[in-house]
Design a protein around this ligand. Structure first.
Ligand code: CA
Length: 316
């Protein structure tokens, strides 16, 4: 199965094997989950690119963070009246071709103001919602033209909700991965999800697929970073993706996960959302990579993380 030697379970990564995961592409610079954003994340030296996945009415996996369309697209203008009674425009109520009519913009609050005001201006240029297959074709095309081997790191969003709506995500995910060669030996792939049940099921269906158990900082997830919890996760997953505050609160989580054979890829590192304790963004990245000893991290600014790793490897 397609994990590289350096990423084999059970070994904390040496500096040269640590990875950068382009969070939603290169969300610090271009609207999240767009072909342009993924291409930029690739160019900014991400080792893996992250698509979040939800499903359309006609059962196509698309790259979108929310199960709703209105926070990152102009769906309110293009399809007024197509929202449900709760005021949300659900991706699952629209076909692929309808969703292709939408323009993607920087993530906004319901009053239209951007979450990150210093990022790409809202509504400028033109971006569309990619399908998962289009995202993969981009990454694999760039792998051809550059000779690099950048991986993909898809996240299944709200799998129980999709199953209840009659459109389960798991089989379609595996079909797309199989069609694009992600079960071949040289493939670089991790699949991430917050839901343990979904990961269990994926592990049952494809035992060799490297899975990452995402862990939120909520109290309901606290069992996951106990000794017993990590042991349980190691049965079906290759690693954990904890909220970074979990590691800040208890850095021993990293060594304990490694002892269970799990890699550790915390989220999310943002230059424009820097915790007060760090004087500079680089200081936060260095702390996690080299002091806490994580194997990789999710960041909106892959260029900065790649530079931190490159300098360390050169001994600068
Ligand atoms: Ca995600």
């Amino acid at each position: 199965m397609g994990i590289l030697h350096s990423e084999i379970k059970g070994r904390p990564s040496a500096d040269q094997d640590k990875i950068v995961i382009g969070h939603r592409g290169a969300a610090g610079y271009l609207p999240e989950h767009t072909i342009a954003g993924y291409a930029l994340g690739y160019a900014l030296k991400a080792d893996y690119l992250e698509p979040d996945l939800v499903m359309t009415k006609d059962e196509v996996l698309i790259c979108l963070h929310d199960i709703y369309l209105e926070s990152t697209t102009d769906v309110e203008q293009v399809f007024p009246g197509r929202h449900r009674d709760d005021g949300h425009w659900y991706a699952i109520d629209f076909t692929r071709s309808e969703i292709k009519e939408l323009a993607v913009h920087e993530r906004c609050r319901s009053d239209g103001t951007p979450y990150f005001p210093s990022r790409f201006p809202v509504g400028e240029s033109h971006f569309a919602v990619p399908t998962f297959a289009e995202m993969i074709a981009l990454v694999q095309g760039l792998n051809e033209s550059t000779g690099r081997n950048v991986g993909i790191y898809p996240e299944l969003k709200r799998p129980a909700w999709h199953a209840q709506a009659g459109h389960p995500l798991e089989k379609e995910l595996l079909d797309v991965l199989r069609a694009y060669g992600y079960f071949e030996p040289e493939a670089r792939i991790y699949v991430q999800c917050f839901a343990p049940d979904t990961l269990h099921e994926l592990h049952r269906m494809e035992p060799e697929l490297p899975l990452i158990q995402l862990i939120s900082e909520s109290q309901s997830s606290a069992w996951m970073w106990t000794e017993k919890g990590l042991d349980t996760i190691a049965v079906y997953a290759a690693g954990i993706g904890p909220a970074k505050v979990i590691i800040e609160a208890d850095p021993t989580v990293v060594n304990r996960a490694h002892a269970c054979g799990l890699v550790v890829h915390p989220y999310t590192f943002r230059r424009d959302q820097l915790p007060d304790k760090y004087p500079r963004f680089r200081a936060e990245l260095e702390q996690f990579y080299f002091e806490y000893g994580v194997d990789g991290l999710f960041t909106d600014f892959p260029d900065v993380a790649a530079a931190v790793l490159a300098e360390r490897r050169k001994g600068v």
